[in-house]
Ligand binder design. Structure first.
Ligand code: SAH
Length: 347
C-alpha cells in the first residue's frame, strides 16, 4: 500500500486522522507545527513526539519535500528553480522581488492537459497532479534557499490549478493557516484558463484571493485558435461565470492578455475586449507573449502593447503592462522542465 502524504492534510483533517488512530488531541498541532513551521523532512526529527508515534507515522505516511535540481538567478534578482519531486518528476517555481515583497510563482501539476498553443508546460501533456504538500514544499524550499520571507503567492506556474481542485484547496488552507506560513489570502492569486464549472465551485468557497483569468482573446474563433479549452467554455459563458464570481465573492477579477503579433493585438481586439468586460471594474494585465519552441507565435512589440493599453484605458478599462522579470533565464513557465526532459531523453 502506498503511503499518504501527511503534509497535504489541513489541521482539521490531521486532527481527525490522529484522533481516529487513538492519539491525544494536542498531538495534531505539534505534528502540524513540525511540518509547516519548522518544516522538518523526517518524522524522527519531531523530537517532542513519543518514539512509538514517530514509528506509526513513518509506517503510514510520507512528508512531501522537493529538492533543487537546477537554479538560475537573473540579473534582476529573479530566481528560477527546477525542483525534483520524490518520484523523479520535475516542476518549476519562480521567485520574484517586488517593492511589496517576495512573490513566488508555483506549479500545481506535473505538466498540463489544457493544450494552450503558446505554452511550454502543456507540450508533453499532464503527468500527474501535485499534492498539497508538494505545493507547500515549493515555497518552503525557495524560502529556505534564499532565506527570505515570501509574502505573496501566484498559482501561475506549470499546471491548471482548477484541474487539481482538492489539493489546491488544501494547499490554500494550509498556507494561510495561523499555524502554517500564515500568508494572507489577499496576497494570493490563482490563475485559470477558464474551467467554468470550477470557477462556480470556487466562488462558493468565498475566498479573498484574487482570481486571474487567462483570456488572451475577446472572441470565440480567435480564443479557440489559441486555447482548446474555449471549445468547452466559450468566451460569453466564461465572462458570465466571471460576473457570477464577482457577485458571489465581492472580489474583482483580473484578466491576463498575452499579446501575440498579428493575432490578438489589433485595435479592433481592444474594442471587442472593452465591450466584453465593460462594467466589471476588472483589471487587464497585458504581457507580450514569450515565444516558446514549436509555437508559431511571436511577441507584439512594446509600442503596440502600449497602443493597446491606451485604447483599453480610453474605453474605461483598467490595464497595466506587466513588467517582465527574469527574461534572461528562460522565463516562460515550463521551459526549464522541457529542457530537463529533453536532456533525460538523450541519456
Ligand atoms: N493554467 C493556468 C495557470 C498557469 S499559466 C492558466 O492558464 O491561467 C500562467 C499564465 O501564463 C497564463 O495566463 C498563461 O496563459 C500564460 N502563459 C503561458 N505560456 C505563456 C507564454 N509563452 N507567454 C506568455 N504567457 C504565457
Amino acid at each position: 500500500m502506498s503511503k499518504n502524504s501527511i503534509s497535504s492534510l489541513t489541521l482539521p483533517q490531521l486532527s481527525e486522522t490522529l484522533a481516529a488512530a487513538g492519539f491525544p488531541a494536542f498531538r495534531a498541532k505539534q505534528v502540524y507545527g513540525w511540518l509547516h513551521q519548522k518544516r522538518v523532512a523526517a518524522f524522527s526529527d519531531m523530537t517532542n513526539l513519543p518514539k512509538s508515534m514517530q514509528a506509526w507515522l513513518e509506517e503510514n505516511y510520507t512528508i512531501d519535500t522537493v529538492s533543487v535540481a537546477r537554479k538560475q538567478v537573473s540579473k534582476d534578482g529573479t530566481v528560477k528553480y527546477l525542483f525534483r519531486l520524490a518520484d523523479g518528476n520535475c516542476i518549476e517555481s519562480v521567485l520574484m522581488f517586488y517593492e511589496y515583497g517576495a512573490t513566488i510563482c508555483i506549479s500545481t501539476q506535473v505538466g498540463c492537459r489544457m493544450g494552450c498553443r503558446f505554452c511550454a508546460s502543456t507540450q508533453a501533456g499532464r503527468v500527474r497532479n501535485l499534492t498539497a504538500g508538494e505545493i507547500c514544499a515549493e515555497i518552503y524550499a525557495a524560502q529556505a534557499d534564499t532565506e527570505t520571507r515570501i509574502s505573496h503567492i501566484v498559482l501561475m506556474g506549470i499546471g491548471e490549478p482548477l484541474d487539481n481542485y482538492e489539493q489546491v484547496m488544501n494547499f490554500l488552507q494550509i498556507i494561510t493557516s495561523a499555524e502554517g506560513l500564515c500568508i494572507g489570502m489577499r496576497n494570493i492569486s490563482l490563475s485559470t484558463c477558464g474551467l467554468v464549472p470550477m470557477i462556480d465551485r470556487l466562488a462558493q468557497e468565498k475566498l479573498q484571493l484574487t482570481l486571474s483569468v487567462s483570456l488572451h482573446a475577446p472572441n470565440d474563433p480567435l480564443r479557440s485558435s489559441m486555447m482548446p479549452v474555449n471549445d468547452s467554455y466559450p468566451v460569453k459563458t466564461l465572462i458570465a461565470a466571471c460576473r457570477r464570481y464577482q457577485k458571489t465573492t465581492g472580489r474583482r477579477i483580473s484578466f491576463e492578455y498575452s499579446m501575440v503579433k498579428g493575432v490578438n493585438d489589433a485595435p479592433q481586439h481592444a474594442d471587442e475586449l472593452a465591450a466584453l468586460i465593460k462594467g466589471m471594474g476588472a483589471h487587464v494585465n497585458l504581457i507580450p507573449i514569450n515565444p516558446v519552441d514549436g509555437s508559431p507565435y511571436t511577441a507584439t512589440d512594446a509600442r503596440n502593447v502600449q497602443r493597446f493599453q491606451k485604447l483599453l484605458e480610453e474605453r474605461g478599462v483598467n490595464a497595466t503592462i506587466r513588467r517582465r522579470l527574469g527574461t534572461d533565464i528562460s522565463a516562460a513557465c515550463g521551459q526549464l522542465r522541457r529542457e530537463e526532459m529533453r536532456e533525460q531523453e538523450k541519456n
